[in-house]
Design a protein around this ligand. Structure first.
Ligand code: HAM
Length: 419
């Protein structure tokens, strides 16, 4: 029995078809080039990981771990999870391959699908894509600043400039402990008004309350003093250095004392990149996470990184026409021309040209329409006349000009024209 419903993609997971895929390639090519300029190399890691990697890494009290993970048992009853983000996987791989033994600092970038079972809305999907970077082994505010500058420059070079780079410091472990005590004290009188999760968080993971999305909790939390008031002298100096470096690099930023981020692993600097004055506007986020490697069983290693959402980046990009194009499209008419057309296509592909050829026997007019649709730069027309003279007609699509050329000269002529 057939059921067409079961043939649809899973809700919240999108197919990416041409011509849209060409914009994805634009972003991915841009990312590779951009990050490699800063000395980052690509890592490719599994999409599935043991569930406890994310529970221990991201934090059991976070929205991601509490509600959003795609978790299931495999045939041997092991609990596996489709990665909801990639920082935890990078840390796992960094530890597993003893990377710190071979190099003192490591700079990685990655791109790929992530999975979160979230409420669907514009710019929020259940399978989405991230492009991210992680740098291991450097504790220096100049690296935090370089990361923020690298993120900002990535977007500006992509044509997105209406950005706000929000930055904050969540301080050291000690700073957060002091702040935790303050929050517990201040929130105690409002305990009953908090959501049940936040009531529990008061004794388990207090700082998560600052990231609760429930309206009442947000209202109560707004009246708390910001964490920035409880930063130690060292944490403040670190944060100041980051700001000074950003100014020196002409990277605009905005201080956002309420920025805490939705993952537990951050220490010190956190940042988010938002499209100015838009609602679903967070394009990217990241920060320093100096305890994470040790917390997952590795040698104490400081680290900092960020990830951006590819779908959201695409939404923010100035829309441009599909500019994927063919160098040449070959059209043919008459009984024998098709075989010749296919041979010419092969010859031209051998010199690395992008060549399309019409395999159906349709009219010349409809083949030319097809060439236009595919954005071909040149069209080669071959019919009985051309066959007789071992020639082709070469048409420049932009100007419409046509001229006859011998087949033996075609390769060199096109090489010259397309150089
Ligand atoms: P995150 O803020 O959870 O951070 O995600 C980073 C970006 O992924 C977001 O700013 C957003 O653009 C995109 N994103 C997240 N969830 C969705 C969704 N459901 N649909 C569409 N886009 C989404 C992290 O994942 C950290 N691992 C970043 C990091 C790297 N921190 C340090 N290193």
């Amino acid at each position: 029995m057939s059921n067409n419903k079961s043939l649809l993609a899973v809700r919240g997971m999108n197919d990416i078809l041409p011509p849209d895929s060409s914009q994805w390639i634009t972003i991915e090519v841009h990312a590779r080039k951009h990050f490699e300029q800063y000395g980052y190399n690509e890592v490719r890691l599994p999409i599935l990981e043991s569930t406890n990697l994310f529970e221990r890494g991201i934090g059991e009290d976070t929205d991601i771990v509490e509600k959003e993970m795609y978790t299931f048992l495999d045939k041997k009853e092991r609990s596996l999870t489709l990665r909801p983000e990639m920082t935890a996987s990078c840390v796992r791989a960094y530890i597993q391959h003893h990377v710190y033994k071979h190099e003192t600092t490591s700079r990685w970038y990655y791109m790929g699908p992530m999975f979160r079972y979230e409420r669907m809305q514009s710019g929020r999907y259940r399978q989405f894509h991230q492009i991210g970077v992680e740098a291991f082994g450097v504790t220096s505010p100049s690296l935090d600043a370089e990361m923020i500058e690298m993120l900002y420059r990535f977007y500006v070079n992509l044509g997105i400039s209406n950005l706000t780079m929000n930055i904050n410091s969540v301080g050291s472990d000690k700073d957060r402990n002091v702040y935790r005590t303050v929050i517990v004290e201040r929130l105690e009188p409002y305990k009953e008004e908090l959501c049940t999760n936040c009531q529990r968080r008061l004794t388990t993971n207090t700082l998560r309350i600052l990231d609760c999305k429930i309206k009442k909790c947000i209202e109560i939390v707004t009246h708390l003093p910001p964490l920035s008031q409880y930063l130690s002298t060292e944490s403040k100096a670190y944060f100041d250095f980051v700001q000074e470096s950003l100014s020196l690099m002409n990277t605009p930023y905005a201080l956002n004392p309420s920025l805490v981020r939705g993952l537990d692993y951050y220490t010190s600097i956190v940042f988010e990149c938002a499209v100015t004055q838009e609602k679903t506007s967070i394009l990217a986020g990241g920060g320093r996470y100096d305890n994470f490697v040790e917390q997952l069983g590795g040698v104490s290693t400081s680290a900092v990184g960020f990830a951006m959402g590819t779908e959201r980046t695409l939404m923010a990009m100035p829309s441009h026409k599909n500019n994927a194009s063919l160098d040449v499209f070959i059209v043919h008419y008459g009984d024998h021309a098709k075989t010749q057309a296919i041979q010419i296509a092969q010859t031209l592909r051998n010199i690395n040209l992008c060549v399309g050829v019409e395999h159906r026997s349709t009219s010349l007019k409809s083949q030319l329409k097809q060439a236009n649709k595919l954005n071909a730069i040149y069209v080669i027309i071959i019919g009985d006349d051309e066959l007789q003279h071992n020639s082709v007609t070469l048409k420049t699509m932009k100007t419409g000009t046509e001229h006859s050329i011998l087949q033996s000269e075609l390769k060199n002529k096109l090489k010259e024209l397309l150089a």
